[in-house]
Design a protein around this ligand. Structure first.
Ligand SMILES: NC(=O)c1ccc[n+]([C@@H]2O[C@H](COP(=O)([O-])OP(=O)(O)OC[C@H]3O[C@@H](n4cnc5c(N)ncnc54)[C@H](OP(=O)(O)O)[C@@H]3O)[C@@H](O)[C@H]2O)c1
Length: 390
């Protein structure tokens, strides 16, 4: 039992895959956390059920048209119901919470995370799009307000754990591992026939639909490369990607003396979620252990960027800088949503991203959220016009 008082926690995106697992982890340590705020996009049923269970000070639903229903569901409780982007920002900056889990998917997760950092709160960050789109702004907000970003993505948590106790100046390069997704061994000539159901069938991880499609195109690894650049202040050339189909090694760091450190475990997001919440401590927990007797081999191969161009496009956007990462992200979000709606094919995703980058990426580094919003909106319009011509 800890001697210190419990930490105040708010969870942005509590109804999603990372959000629900964050609640599961927090429930293992009831004496360590008080949950003050929860948010969802539109899932009233689950948000109301979670609010009745954990009794936060307030909840916010991004889809304001659902707020009245949510208020009805919680009318017999003291839980305050907020709505829209302002509601999410309010939850992200509640006085009582000093730690915020950023687990909204997509660009929508950026404004509340930035608000939390600017209010001096530590952020456990799952939402990789935040760092992809606004790495410079997030880094500046951290420095200016004495806040910390704690990685939740399993690869970045692995790097973070390998770096603990090390001098950053001794890091030569990092290696982000990638499962390769469900189409690693499929003939690329058949990629245009891939259906959403096939792409949603990830071999190792159970995740939300957007990140699962990103894993199938390898855009997820590309977004992680950009995320790593900001989290660990590394040049693009110092970030490698290695396909490792078993997802046992979560990532590695190579040091200047020739040593490498790796972090290993079963693919279970509750482990990196817990590390972000417990850092700098480690807390005992009943998560599944790695059983070496069941692992026949650990395999590795280079990524195939001809078959999966999204990874190459992400490196290109990182090297180009300016608005390129924001354009890459927005184009990808729109294309993935259209693919999930069966409106476009699998290979239209990289085509749309490449087109948008060529047409729109500008070299000036965006210095504020409004510039990023404009780049995001322009890329969304462009991709819709490209893929769904009138
Ligand atoms: N899942 C994983 O294992 C994993 C691992 C590493 C990193 N990540 C990253 O973590 C983030 C969340 O992933 P996930 O898999 O948990 O996604 P998810 O299951 O789709 O959940 C997304 C969450 O965001 C909410 N949301 C969706 N659109 C929103 C909007 N416009 N405004 C406000 N809230 C909105 C959703 O609410 P509703 O439920 O109401 O739609 C839900 O709470 C992503 O950036 C992903 O890349 C995920």
């Amino acid at each position: 039992m800890p001697a210190s008082s419990p930490r105040g926690l708010s969870i942005l995106g509590s109804t999603g895959s990372v959000g629900t697992q964050t609640l599961e982890v927090a429930a293992l340590f009831p004496e360590r956390f008080v949950i003050h705020g929860l948010t969802a996009g539109s899932n009233v049923d689950l948000l109301a059920e979670q609010a009745r269970r954990v009794r936060p000070q307030c909840v916010a639903i991004a889809d304001a048209s659902k707020a009245a229903t949510l208020r009805d569901r919680l009318a017999d409780t003291a839980v305050e119901v907020l709505a829209g982007a302002d509601g999410l920002r309010e939850v992200a900056t509640l006085d009582a919470a000093d730690l915020v889990m950023g687990a909204v998917v997509g660009f929508a997760g950026l404004p509340p995370v930035l608000a939390a950092l600017r209010a001096g709160k530590d952020v456990a960050l799952a939402n990789k799009e935040t760092l992809v789109v606004a790495g410079a702004l997030v880094t500046e907000a951290q420095r200016a307000h004495g806040a910390h970003v704690l990685p939740v993505d399993s690869e970045h948590s692995a790097i973070f754990q390998c770096l603990t106790g090390e001098d950053d100046a001794t890091v030569e390069r990092i290696v982000l591992t990638a499962s390769g997704g469900p189409f690693r061994t499929r003939d690329p000539k058949t990629f245009s026939a891939i259906t959403p159901a096939e792409a949603l069938d990830h071999p190792n991880w159970s995740m939300g639909s957007k990140i699962t499609i990103d894993s199938a195109t390898l855009m997820n690894k590309g977004l992680e490369v950009i995320e790593a650049r900001w989290l660990f202040d590394l040049a693009p050339d110092a970030i490698d990607v290695l396909v490792h189909p078993q997802s046992i090694i979560h990532s590695m760091v190579a040091f200047s003396d020739g040593s490498m450190k790796a972090q290993l475990g079963v693919p279970d997001m509750k482990v990196p979620i817990q590390y972000a919440l417990s850092y700098p401590e480690r807390w005992p927990a009943p998560h599944e252990r790695l059983d070496w007797t069941t692992i026949a081999a650990l395999d590795f191969e280079p990524p195939n960027t001809d078959a999966f161009p999204c990874l190459r496009l992400a490196y290109d956007a990182l090297r180009a800088g300016g608005t390129a990462p924001a354009v890459l992200n927005a184009a990808n979000e729109v294309a993935v949503a259209l693919f999930l709606d069966e409106a476009i094919g699998f290979m239209d995703i990289p085509r749309a991203v490449e087109e948008a980058l060529q047409a729109l990426a500008a070299p000036e580094t965006p210095r504020d959220l409004d510039t990023l919003r404009a780049a995001d909106a322009a890329a969304r319009r462009h991709v819709k016009e490209l893929l769904l011509p009138a």
